[in-house]
Design a binder for this molecule. Structure first.
Ligand code: ADP
Length: 536
């Protein structure tokens, strides 16, 4: 092999911000914060504050490779930690405040974090769990002096006197940068340790036109949590492209988002379907218009087709994405191609609205049958979705065994089809598949169909034991406030939209339980209604 003769400069996360601070110095970074006035700075100002934060962290005696945990919302201070910690060789564990206390404690202890940085309204959680945190030596609140709770030290006080430059070290690009845990709906949460190389390559790819298609004219409001798989890499993909950032803190209700969209000229946002259900509901109730908002990426759970249609009517493009903590997290994004556009506008829309997304360079994907044989990409054959690539995990944090097979494939646990244009469509999660009399019912398709029924806020489907058919679907419907909706309405709506034998055996009108990452918690539903059909 003949070695190439190009510079061997490691990929480093801090270089993304250094670039943005130079090439887009005056581009704005705007943020809401807990009980504080709106924050305004730019990339150059952010770079200086990131250096101050790094000096502050260095002063705490942290060594490279040490973990620190954040328990924080989508704010500029959290964004600063996204660069300061990895930049100096630390690992930022973004703890998920929506996890049950025991899982939260588990993740912070498992990470062995030495410092915990928390938003002001996390104090209550921290007071509850702090005695169980075995490695945390110091807690810092992400607050200004005026709002630092008694007995705590505030970030602004700690960084104020620090120099605004830092001697950023250079190190191997495979060095760890972020530690993100899966939400652990089955067993303990599992840690995925992102490297600088994975995060930078993912950030490059995420901004491409075949993915999120960013430019410096975008005003990006991340509504996916910074603590959930780095908000799908937006802090990096956005800065690489010099976008204006607008951080909404923990205010994801329709009215708050609308105020930011109108006030800041937001063009692009993203988040799980629940947030967009609330937003669309808000627009409908108030007669509001999405104004400058041009594009919304939605993922984490399947996007109901009618949600995409509702946005389309408002002139907003919806792109579905699929990903997981283990893939940094972007895997596919729904974008068009000339071959698809040639099929006409309706066919193009249908494809974009109902597929999880299209393959992108950097993530190889394949579907396999039960014998491990690859299945055809015909949009019909469905099998275990496996992925591999430079931003896919090799093994979980502190695990001795690899999470991938001999060919490097990571089994995602999802069942999907892939079509001839490279579009991937999830039909279910393996553990949620409903097997009725030897045939499969797609819980996602059934939920999707019911979600379009007027008055339905969330529809959830799970399989429960049935003496004759092995399993049959049951459905939970959570209706919009004030909506008048009966079981007969839902059944009538489904009748023409799903095969007859998919019709749920029971429909319950009750709130749908959600996981810490905003997904329908099927385990709770199955447990709660385990005996619903035991009489057949
Ligand atoms: P958790 O900790 O909840 O598992 P992840 O974000 O890692 O959080 O979850 C990844 C899973 O979410 C995927 O394996 C898939 O089942 C589901 N998912 C993500 N995006 C989509 C989507 N667009 N449609 C359907 N399911 C999705």
């Amino acid at each position: 092999m003949l070695p190439g003769l190009m510079q061997d400069r490691p990929l480093a996360i801090i270089d993304i911000l250094r670039f943005a601070a130079t090439a887009h110095a005056t581009q704005e970074v705007v943020s809401k914060n807990v009980d504080e006035p709106i924050w305004r700075s730019d990339y150059a100002g952010t770079m200086r504050r990131v250096a101050q934060a790094a000096n502050m962290l260095a002063g705490l005696g942290l060594n490279s490779g040490d973990r620190i945990s954040s328990l924080a919302w989508n704010t500029h201070r959290h964004f600063e930690l996204f660069y300061a910690a990895p930049g100096m060789g630390l690992v930022l564990h973004t703890a998920n405040p929506r996890l049950p206390d025991d899982h939260l404690v588990y993740t912070i202890n498992h990470a062995a974090s030495r410092v915990l940085l928390i938003d002001r309204n996390m104090v209550e959680i921290v007071e509850r769990i702090k005695d169980q945190l075995t490695t945390v030596e110091k807690i810092v609140t992400l607050t200004d002096s005026a709002r630092t709770p008694a007995g705590y030290e505030g970030y602004e006080d700690l960084i104020a006197a620090q120099p605004d430059s830092f001697a950023w070290p250079s190190f191997d690009e495979n060095t760890a940068a972020f530690l993100c845990y899966t939400s652990g709906t089955t067993g303990d949460p599992k840690g995925v340790l992102y490297s600088h190389r994975a995060v930078v390559l993912h950030g490059f790819a995420a901004g491409l036109s075949g993915a999120l298609g960013f430019s410096a004219f975008d005003v990006v409001m991340p509504c996916q949590s910074l603590y959930h798989a780095t908000a799908w890499g937006l802090p990096f993909a956005g800065a690489i492209n010099g976008v204006k950032f607008v951080f909404p803190c923990d205010k994801f209700d329709g009215a708050s988002l609308q105020a930011l969209i109108e006030g800041e000229g937001v063009t692009f946002s993203g988040g799980v379907p629940t947030i967009w259900t609330m937003y669309l509901d808000h627009l409908e109730r108030t007669g509001g218009k999405p104004g400058t908002l041009q594009r919304v990426i939605i993922g984490g759970s399947a996007v109901p087709r009618d949600m995409a249609v509702a946005f389309d009517r408002l002139g907003v493009v919806v792109q579905q994405i699929w990903g997981m903590t283990e893939t940094c997290p972007l895997g596919v994004v729904a974008t068009s191609t000339p071959a698809l556009a040639a099929r006409g506008r309706d066919a193009e829309n249908e494809q974009i609205w109902t597929r999880q997304g299209r393959m992108m360079f950097g993530i190889e994907m394949e579907i396999f049958d039960d014998e491990g044989q690859p299945l055809p990409h015909d949009g019909e054959a469905s099998g275990a979705l496996c992925v591999r690539g430079p931003w896919v995990l090799e093994r979980y944090f502190r695990s001795d065994t690899s999470a991938v097979d001999a060919d490097g494939w990571f089994d995602t646990g999802d069942i999907s089809t892939i079509d001839e244009l490279g579009f991937m469509r999830i039909t279910d999660r393996k553990k949620d598949v409903i097997k009725s009399g030897g045939e499969w019912v797609s819980s996602i398709d059934l939920e999707n169909a019911a979600a379009g029924c007027p008055g339905v806020k969330v529809a959830a489907v799970a399989g429960v034991y049935h003496p004759k058919w092995e399993e049959r679907p049951i459905m939970l419907i959570e209706a919009h406030d004030g909506a008048e909706l009966s079981e007969a309405d839902v059944r009538a709506y489904l009748e023409s939209r799903v095969p007859k034998w998919w019709m749920p055996d029971r429909i319950f009108f009750e709130p749908v339980p959600m996981t810490a990452t905003g997904k329908i918690d099927k385990k709770i539903i199955r447990d709660r209604h385990a005996d619903a059909l035991k009489e057949g």
